[in-house]
Structure formats: C-alpha cells, structure tokens
Design a protein around this ligand. Structure first.
Ligand code: DAH
Length: 328
C-alpha cells in the first residue's frame, strides 16, 4: 500500500506502467490473488478481506493519478522540449528621423549647445509677430499655416522657441531646439505637411557672422564628413539680418552633379543669419549690448541626404520593412 501511495506519475506513459505493474494481467495484484489460492480455508475470509482492501486502494491510487493527469494540459507541461529554439524577440529600431536628430544634438553638444523644446501649438506672437514677420507675409497665409483660431496655430517652424527662450533667459544663450513643425503643403516625395527642424540660437556679446559660419562648417563636417564644404548664399528671413541660405557640397556625387543636387554640386540644408535687432528688442534683450546668430535646418532633408532616400513620405508610413533598415 505504501509503495503505491508514494508513486509519482508524471505522464500517461508512467500511469500505464503503474497499471501494468500493479493491476495488469501479469501484475502484482494478480500474483497476490494467485498466492491467495494457497491460503488455508480457515484463513481465507480474513485474507480475502485484506486483499479486497488492498485492491481497492491500488485502484483508487490509479484513478486519482489518472484524473490528475487528465486535468493537466499535458502538451504544455510535459511535452516541453527545452532544446527547441526560443521565439525571437522582435526588437524595434529607432526611427531614422530620431537617429539623425540625436546625432545633431550630440554634434552641437560638443561645442556647448544645450537642448530646449517648445510647444507645437503656438500663438501668433511667438510664431510670427515677435519674429518680425509682418501681417502681409505669405507665411501667415491660410494656405501655408494650419490655424486653430485667429490667434492659435500649429507652429510653422521651430523659430518661435527662440522667442520663448529669449523672453525668459538672460544671455548668454546657446541652444538648439529640435521639434516637429506643420505646414499646409501638398504632400509629395519632397514635401510633407508635417516635418522636423532643428533651430540653433547663440546670443552673447560680440557674436559675429564668422562665429555662425564656423559653427555651421563644424556641424557640416561632423555630420557629412571632413571633405564637405559649406556655402552661404545671401537670402531673406524676417527675423535675421543679414540672412543666408546654407548649402553643403553634394557628397553623393562628390560635386560632379547628380539628380540630388540637380547637377549643381550643392544642396541646401537650411537657413541662417544674424538675429535681427528688432527681434532682440521684442524679447527685451539689449541689442546695443548683445548680438546673436540663428539657424534652422530640416531634419528630414539631412536624413534623406545621409541615407540616400528619395521620398520623404516613407518616414511617416510606418512600414517596418523600411524602418528596420536603420540602426543607431
Ligand atoms: N524658420 C526658417 C524656416 O522655417 C528657417 C530659419 C532660417 C531659421 C533662418 C533661422 C534662421 O533661425 O536664422 O524656413
């Protein structure tokens, strides 16, 4: 009895072995019943009763094990093959826009720029007025800007963060401000209604255009390689004076001319200039004492160039076959 009670049966095969050993036609119970035949008649009653108790005990033990095994999900617990390869964890990849954004943050951090952010829902003052953008400027047009109401809009650039910083901090200010911006553009391979910019701002005494140029040259070489050169083309932005467009040499064709640089050997990556004194004044910064430079670059543009991608829409489609190709 003790032997059968102590039995540990882990699966149906062991249960069957138990059955054969004790209850089978050649099992232990059969042997005991055979031996019973030899017992003298006067003892048969006593032995018979004991034998029945033993038999029903063994049957009970068998049935209990059988029931317990039936209640178990045998497939999960007992047929578990430890040597099987595991289910691979699908590890995500960083979005290419974020990879480049982080790289830009790192490059500028090395020359003392910290990071600031501002709201994507802006007011007219920060997005336009304080940035010297006049009432009749085309950027204010309903065609270019998503208005929430007359005074509230989705920011069209990251330049309003400049204003928020200058309103709340005293110079020196040396920051970059990465973030998402919105424009009411027709979506195509080259333009989207939402994209990302990195704005840069440096305000201090004696900041010159040469500082701006050196900063941008340093960035371009760190980002695209030491062979890259920059070119500043005179341009116009309401919030900078003088203003320039920033071009880099096309590293895809090594300046020979290709579809990316449209045969010119140069590609534009942003705008820049010296902060207009009236913008400093709007932020109550003494423009007699302080000067500064600012720049704004499109992260998509830099990412397209760096990875040789030819369609901006790929960034927003969330196709994992595209996204998985990037590692940081
Ligand atoms: N905000 C401009 C744009 O979205 C880019 C820009 C140009 C930013 C010149 C600047 C700047 O800070 O100085 O097109």
């Amino acid at each position: 009895m003790e032997e059968t009670s102590a039995a540990v049966l882990k699966n149906t095969a062991e249960l069957e072995a138990f059955r054969i050993k004790y209850l089978g036609t050649k099992g232990a119970m059969k042997d005991i019943f055979d031996a019973f035949k030899e017992v003298p008649n006067e003892n048969k009653k006593e032995y018979g009763q004991l034998l029945n108790v033993l038999k029903s005990h063994v049957e009970q033990v068998f049935n209990q094990h059988k029931e317990a095994l039936e209640n178990l999900d045998e497939g999960a617990v007992h047929d578990f093959d430890l040597s099987m390869p595991g289910i691979p964890l699908d590890i995500g990849a960083r979005h290419p826009i974020n990879i480049i954004k982080n790289e830009m943050i790192e490059i500028f951090a090395r020359i003392g720029f910290s990071v600031a952010e501002g709201p994507e829902i802006e007011d007219d003052w920060h997005n336009f007025t304080a940035l010297n953008t006049p009432e009749d400027h085309p950027a204010r047009d309903m065609q270019d800007t998503f208005y929430i109401n007359k005074n509230t809009l989705l920011r069209t650039h990251t330049s309003p963060v400049q204003i928020r910083l200058m309103e709340t901090q005293a110079p020196p200010i040396r920051v970059i401000t990465p973030g998402r911006v919105y424009r009411n553009e027709t979506i195509s391979a080259r333009a989207h209604c939402t994209f990302h910019q990195v704005e840069g701002l440096y305000i201090n005494d004696n900041v010159s255009f040469a500082d701006l140029k050196q900063t941008l040259l340093y960035f371009a070489k760190e980002m695209f390689g030491q062979k890259v050169e920059i070119r500043l083309r005179p341009s116009f932005f309401p919030f900078t004076e003088p203003s320039a467009e920033l071009d880099i040499t096309c590293f895809i064709c090594d300046r020979k001319g290709c579809p990316v640089c449209k045969g010119s050997g140069w590609v534009e990556i942003g705008g820049c200039g010296m902060v207009d004194p009236s913008v400093l004044e709007n932020c109550k910064i003494d423009h007699e004492k302080y000067t500064g430079f600012a720049f704004g670059m499109g992260i998509e543009r830099i990412t397209l160039l760096k990875y040789g991608i030819d369609d901006i829409r790929l960034f927003y489609e969330n196709d994992v076959r595209f996204l998985k190709q990037f590692t940081s």
